[in-house]
Design a protein around this ligand. Structure first.
Ligand SMILES: *[C@@H]1O[C@H](CO)[C@@H](O)[C@H](O)[C@H]1NC(C)=O
Ligand SMILES: *[C@@H]1O[C@H](CO)[C@@H](O)[C@H](O)[C@H]1NC(C)=O
Ligand SMILES: *[C@@H]1O[C@H](CO)[C@@H](O)[C@H](O)[C@H]1NC(C)=O
Ligand SMILES: *[C@@H]1O[C@H](CO)[C@@H](O)[C@H](O)[C@H]1NC(C)=O
Ligand SMILES: *[C@@H]1O[C@H](CO)[C@@H](O)[C@H](O)[C@H]1NC(C)=O
Ligand SMILES: *[C@@H]1O[C@H](CO)[C@@H](O)[C@H](O)[C@H]1NC(C)=O
Ligand SMILES: *[C@@H]1O[C@H](CO)[C@@H](O)[C@H](O)[C@H]1NC(C)=O
Length: 358
């Protein structure tokens, strides 16, 4: 084929891709700058149309690492700080245990992290305040991740969730994640009793709109170096998922993994996510405790090996800033995956219409 025709055809394709992707990507809150000047093969200046990612606003569904987290929002004061127009927080993570409101009265689901079992905030009140905030702030809705610390508190929370979750999970509203550590994990963790997986999944069946966030108990800190999510632990997760028919429901799944340990587990985690991917997409949520040892280079490599569209990042700011996620180093993979499909379809379409005219 004459090189000029090839060139024109390519230009045409870029224009079309720009048009189609322009409207599709709008939905995921990307904005694009169009037009970059390039030199044509015959040296004349032609205006190519290229797409350039610019001014990314909220990036839910694309660059998941850009989503901002408030971790362990387990008191009224912390919730007040997060539920403002200026907090800049997208996602609220909080822990639920059985305990007493202000130390008095009946045991009930309250917001606290073990070993604490007293709080000034109940689960019911916590969800209520988030619902009210989100109702009044259409464009600043916050997602919520509920970390249940025992099967008893999860089952004791079902009535409260029944009242609250349907309302917050209609398509136009915000994400709700239900989290529990359902298996014993690294490093030879045996001090925390995992949440009973079968009973947890049985309860979760009621909330099809919620994302299942399911992980392992962990034993890690500043003095740890070695330790990984073993193949056995990942296989156990898969087995639990399939025994409970979770893979056939199409319910969204994310695996919360502790940064320092995940960094050592790239192969196993890829196998796990690939296996779950046979029935549906899953993501990783990388979290970390302040002071945890993390091999930053390995973690960075792990994140880019999955892609920024598959990894949530709920880690202390100090770690996040070291990760240097602005620069993938080997071309923009998100860009490629977003464009691959439309571009190939258009190539086929353009080629076939062109052939018809011959
Ligand atoms: C993207 O959305 C904005 C407003 O939400 C609208 O003005 C604009 O026309 C849309 N662009 C495309 C390419 O659909
Ligand atoms: C709360 O913690 C205290 C002190 O550790 C303990 O005595 C009490 O039984 C705990 N209550 C619950 C509901 O776990
Ligand atoms: C949720 O919606 C149901 C039905 O629309 C309603 O009865 C219930 O009060 C709502 N709950 C909250 C917390 O708004
Ligand atoms: C927990 O693990 C440690 C380290 O492997 C071991 O020494 C200890 O005996 C274990 N405890 C129990 C109750 O299994
Ligand atoms: C994956 O999940 C979505 C809903 O999140 C569902 O519509 C789809 O059918 C599922 N796909 C498979 C192969 O189960
Ligand atoms: C998930 O499965 C789809 C369809 O089978 C495939 O195109 C995609 O590459 C898989 N992704 C990963 C991360 O394995
Ligand atoms: C993704 O988000 C992170 C965190 O905001 C940011 O540092 C990075 O530049 C973004 N990467 C891309 C490719 O958009």
């Amino acid at each position: 084929m004459d090189s000029k025709i090839t060139f024109l055809l390519t230009t045409l394709l870029f224009v079309l891709v720009a048009k189609i992707n322009g409207s599709a990507l709008n939905a995921s809150n990307y904005q694009y700058q169009v037009v970059v000047e390039q030199t044509a093969p015959d040296d004349s200046q032609i205006e190519y149309i290229f797409l350039k990612q610019s001014d990314m606003m909220k990036v839910w569904g694309t660059n998941l690492t850009a989503i901002t987290w408030a971790h362990a929002v387990n008191s009224q004061q912390l919730l007040d700080e997060v539920l403002t127009e200026t907090s800049g927080i997208d996602f609220i993570e909080a822990d639920i245990v059985l305990g007493k409101l202000n130390g008095d009265g009946e045991d009930m689901p309250i917001m606290a992290h073990p070993p604490a079992n007293v709080s000034d905030l109940t689960l019911s009140e916590f969800l209520n305040q988030i619902i009210n905030f989100n109702r009044d702030h259409e464009d600043q809705k916050k997602g919520v991740k509920l970390d249940f610390k025992s099967i008893e508190v999860f089952e004791g929370s079902l009535d409260i969730l029944d009242v609250n979750i349907p309302n917050v999970s209609l398509p136009t509203t915000y994400p709700v994640w239900i989290n529990a550590d359902i298996l014993s994990g690294p490093v030879e963790q045996n001090r925390t009793v995992p949440v009973d997986a079968d009973r947890f999944f049985a309860g979760c069946m009621r909330y099809k709109q919620a994302v299942l966030s399911i992980g392992w108990t962990t034993n890690w800190g500043a003095d740890f170096r070695d330790g990984e999510y073993t193949q056995q632990q990942c296989d156990d997760m898969l087995e639990t998922l399939s025994e409970n028919n979770v893979l056939s429901t199409g319910q969204a799944i994310t695996f919360p993994v502790r940064a320092g340990i995940a960094a050592n587990s790239e192969e196993q985690l890829h196998r796990l996510v690939a296996a779950v991917n046979e029935t549906n997409e899953s993501t990783l949520t990388i979290w970390s405790s302040a002071g945890d040892y993390v091999d930053v280079d390995k973690l960075r490599k792990l994140i880019f090996s999955f892609g920024l569209d598959r990894v949530y990042l709920d880690v202390p700011e100090e770690l996040a800033s070291q990760l240097n996620l602005d620069n993938p180093g080997n071309g923009a993979s998100t860009f490629k995956s977003l464009f691959g499909f439309s571009f190939m379809s258009l190539c086929f379409w353009a080629l076939s219409s062109w052939m018809q005219r011959l």
